[in-house]
Design a binder for this molecule. Sequence first.
Ligand SMILES: [Zn+2]
Length: 185
Amino acid sequence: MTAMTQTTESSGTATLLDRNRRFAGDFAAADLPVLPKLRTVMLTCADARVDPAHVMGLELGDAVVIRNTGGRVTPEVVQEVAALAFLVGQMEGSTPGRFELVLMQHTQCGAERFADPQLQGALKAKLGVDVSHVAITDHEQSLREDIQRLRDAPELPGHIIVSGLLYDVRDGTVREVIAPAPLAD
Ligand SMILES: [Zn+2]
């Protein structure tokens, strides 16, 4: 990058800090409780078009949001949710309250490209990265697979209520693919 472009283009960091100054200027959220108001954890894709604060109107303090490639359930996600559920249990004592986990995938997801065996092979060979477990070919099937991964995780308490949603990046709508139900019946 030349000195010229540096002076004419604002960096991502500078833009974000500038926006934060405006945000902090009328900040009024200092007393929010630690536990999310909607008692909900959302898992969704890291894609820039899929921010639940916008898509689902999440306000500060509403929900815990976990984002990764595709919004898929990985061993890391299972560990994070288990740790969160444990923490909530510690805070609430013997009768834990409602704990919802919302899985939200989206159309035109980059994880659909990971279904290409050639790309999978190239990533494995060049970077040693295995993306087969996050590849998406069919959203409904992937959501069902992810819920099964959660059910198969013994560290997750059965009272967690899980649902599966699909966000359409072309028209902004979210469709309920799998209705909310507890992990264990
Ligand atoms: Zn995506």
